[in-house]
Design a protein around this ligand. Structure first.
Ligand code: C5J
Length: 229
């Protein structure tokens, strides 16, 4: 049985892993100067630091033909899918639907809502637009996973304690075996990231596992060799 060295204990890869990579919200709104995250006073360079690591992980998963799902957080132009509570609580100098230098904030199809070019999905990879923080809420992610018999998820992206953690908790409740890739996720707040990693793997892996990219790639390589032999 192949596995990934992880915390709180090894993450077993089934003989024919029904595994997918999920990349959460690596969109310009959160990642670039002039976007929503930046306007709210956050240091986007903190998030940009994981881009090379994610590129490496994507490359490894693409080589192994592991299905890849990308998400973006965004709303319809008329905001009909955005609860008033979310609109009100997003209040900084600007809020969802307002104009920014990248078009309307968190609105589907606007320039800021696209995934940063360095991590752009390739043909055949699945893009999920989500109106909530969790990627299962009001999306077709679950049917897409079920159609591919996927049971195991490698979870990455931003921000660790918001959309990434929400998605991981939703997935865990639905029975998916989730591993959060430690250096392929980031937060504007380092202490929130650290707490999330600890929360996820506490109590014997109450939400799932965590491991660094190197360990994930090593485990996947070992798995590939075992499939080939
Ligand atoms: C936030 C996200 N932070 N993708 N979205 O509002 O985590």
């Amino acid at each position: 049985m192949s596995h990934i060295f992880a915390q709180p204990y090894d993450y077993e890869l089934p003989p024919q892993p029904t595994l997918a990579l999920i990349v959460i919200d690596m969109q310009r709104d959160f990642m670039e100067a002039g976007g929503f995250g930046d306007i709210l006073g956050n240091d986007v360079d903190r998030l940009r630091a994981i881009v090379p690591t994610l590129q490496r992980l994507l490359e490894g998963c693409r080589d192994l033909k592991i299905p890849i799902f990308h998400t973006v957080e965004g709303h319809q132009p008329d905001l009909s899918d955005c609860p008033q509570s979310k609109l009100k609580r997003g209040k900084g100098p600007v809020t969802i639907g307002d104009e920014s230098s990248m078009g309307r904030i968190l609105i589907l199809g606007e320039p800021g809502n696209s995934i940063i070019p360095e991590l752009a999905p390739l043909p055949g990879e699945i893009l999920i637009s989500k109106p909530g923080k969790g990627a299962f809420y009001k999306t077709n992610l679950e049917p897409q996973l079920k159609a591919r018999n996927i049971t195991h998820l490698l979870i990455t992206g931003v921000t660790t304690e918001v959309c990434v953690q929400s998605t991981m908790r939703e997935a865990n409740d639905r029975g998916y075996e989730c591993l959060l890739v430690e250096d392929a996720t980031e937060s504007y707040f380092p202490e929130f990231k650290q707490s999330t990693l600890e929360m996820v793997r506490a109590q014997g892996g109450i939400i799932g596992w965590t491991a660094p990219t190197e360990a994930v790639l090593q485990g996947l390589k070992q798995w590939q060799q075992s499939q080939d032999s």
